[in-house]
Design a protein around this ligand. Sequence first.
Ligand code: FRU
Length: 489
Amino acid sequence: MTNNHNEQISKANTYIDRQQEIVKDSKYRFNYHMMPPVGWMNDPNGLIQYNGEYHLFYQHHPYAPEWGPMHWGHAKSRDLVNWEHLPIALAPSEYYDIGTIDDHGCFSGSAIEKDDELYLFYTGHSIEREPMQVQCVAKSRDGIHFVKEAKNPVIDHFPKDGSKDFRDPKVWQCGSQYYIVVGSKKDGKGKALLYQSSNLIEWDYRGVVAESNGEQGDMWECPDLFPLGKEHALILSPMYGEKNEKPIIIFGEMDYNVAKFYQERSMLLDYGHDFYAPQTLKDDKGRRIMMGWMDMWFSKRPSENDGWVGAMTIPRELTYNQNGIFVQQPVEELKTLRKNHHCIESFEIYGERSFPKLEGIGTEICIEFDMINSDSPVFGLNLRCSKDRSEKTVVKINKNAEEIIVDLTSAGEGESGIYKAPYKSTIDGKLNLRIFLDTTSIEIFVNHGEQVITNRIYPNTTSKEVDLFAEKGKARVLKADKWSLKSVW
Ligand code: FRU
């Protein structure tokens, strides 16, 4: 068994080594985002800190820049910013994760440490098999080489409340017990199914811990349930029929005695197009950190011509602000990438004006508007502009609608579309946008993380100018900061 797994892994690693030269010169490669060495990447998997280092695994098809038999790619980092690619962690090799057609493999899952060993939980998937999806374990002592558990599949059939779509185990410990939630569907409702174990190998089914309220999708992918502040949070990626929709976070109370999570309120985690299957970990600083797949199913992906596809968002810390509002903030460590600071303070914009000091491709822009003294109904920034402005990524504030609008109509290759996020006016009348640009992405944190908007954009590499504009009136800027961000690759 192990031999076959090892053979599949070394075959994939050899292939990746050979392909690296080809990918290297791709103009779409990121400066500071995590991306696959070659081939295809989707969901983050197995986020964990192990022996002091952060580990990120991910859904990976090394052999082509398109989805295929799923492997687990692997990278590690000391600071969540500088990543080092490691050998493939999991490859399809056993009856429960292979098939004769391509729709098979080691699907999404998570990681936990027990007695110095690193355990990966994943879904063994094969479209031809009955049941199609089962839950499996692989273990490692060095955090690099993984052996699939002899007792796999450790959960060999979906329970009565689930169906053949039964995947993406997220594992955690509470007291002396271990738990996993698995995503599933039944009777038109997405569900999170809870299992309990005292040894990580033998699992008892506890029941439906949470399910769709009727408006949260008919299939739940990648559920993640964890304590946050004084409450619990459940993150999930919903499907409506065949369509994947924007991930949500549900806040509520968890009662382990009756195995129930009681929903209280929910919101979208991200209003952009390219954010899916997020997963969290808790680190040794006590932070709850989340990364998501920065791409989406059925998207245009210009980088496939260069032999690779997919990326991860920057890591975000999940917390509450001083008013008790849930916020997502880029992890503090990202500030170590900052160089070449420019700051422009207190000015007004009428019409449209270019700002050479703010321009760049791998940059962070932090801009604060004075909403009380801005009478323009629509103002904002054009980013990644070409000289002739035929290309631009527009970020605008619609004051009356209280919306941030990202307009990708002229953003270049890739998905077009207009994406809107609501914002709430603050008592001090300030609106803050913290924007991370990289070669092919834009992530916007509104009002210190109250809302986030993430999109892949594919402008020309020469499109890097920035305009500020105000339609019909003036916009007042309190402060605009810009840093170039160092490349980590
Ligand atoms: C989510 C997902 C998971 C599945 C994986 C397959 O994007 O569909 O449910 O495990 O991707 O690659």
